[in-house]
Design a protein around this ligand. Structure first.
Ligand code: CA
Length: 238
């Protein structure tokens, strides 16, 4: 199976190092996200689903060790951050005690500055290789909703929801951008692959069933935007 390029989040407040990492990892074929503070990193982890994060520890707003703890204690069902997100620390704190603290908090690897880019890239590749074959890798989490593209299974608050193939495809199409309104035409083309008169009724009935199946705790998923189409979420999830 061909995997999409991995998305790497670089969390680094020092602009030269940040730009160096972003430029080189992009040149090596990764998708890059960059944050210069722990708060920014947390937002990106919640909204952009990176596959791995490279973390500096001396950050302007919070210590990187706190960010590691935040990730590792994120609730699997309700949280939006993947608690198993691979974390590689890249820090100037170079003593054994510093490294031990990093691993105690839950980092997966620890590289000290000054660093060799080639070694860093090799360690990133090794972490991704391990994480992407683990069960549950590639799962998509949107608030209380979790989608597994490999098994095509869906959970809501940890309970499995049984969907038909087309309901699942419609959910995936909407989940690609949970707050964007997708037009009926886009969804028909994306899910059914055709445009035909009367087909909007097919879409509407699938959307209705999907909404009903995802509504058992009063959440508003699959929102009908009158005259336009559908979006997955009614605003942001808390
Ligand atoms: Ca720093």
């Amino acid at each position: 199976m061909e995997l999409a390029p991995a998305t790497i989040l670089v969390v680094e407040d020092e602009p030269i190092t940040r730009a160096f990492l972003v430029d080189n990892l992009t040149a090596d074929g990764f998708e890059l996200l960059a944050a210069e503070s722990a708060a920014e990193a947390e937002n990106l982890m919640e909204s952009a689903y990176p596959d791995l994060a490279i973390l500096d520890l001396g950050l302007p707003d919070r210590d990187g060790l706190d960010l590691i703890r935040r990730v590792r204690t994120s609730g699997r069902e309700a949280g939006r951050i993947d608690p198993d997100l691979p974390l590689l620390v890249l820090s100037g704190r170079a003593t054994d005690l510093h490294r031990l603290r990093g691993f105690d908090r839950g980092c997966d690897d620890y590289v000290t500055k000054p660093f060799s880019y080639h070694e860093l890239r090799a360690r990133v590749a090794a972490l991704l290789r391990r994480s992407r074959v683990r069960p549950g890798a590639g799962r998509r989490r949107i608030g209380p909703l979790e989608l597994d593209p490999v098994s095509r299974r869906v959970w809501l608050y940890g309970d499995e929801v049984t969907l038909s193939n087309k309901e699942y495809a419609l959910l995936c199409a909407l989940a690609a951008d949970p707050i964007r309104v997708f037009t009926r035409e886009e969804l028909l083309r994306g899910v059914w692959g055709f445009r035909a008169l009367g087909a909007t009724r097919t879409l509407d009935s699938h959307a209705f069933r999907l909404r009903r199946k995802l509504n058992h705790k009063g959440d508003r998923f699959v929102v009908n935007v009158w005259g336009v189409g559908y979006r997955l979420l009614d605003g942001a999830v808390s």
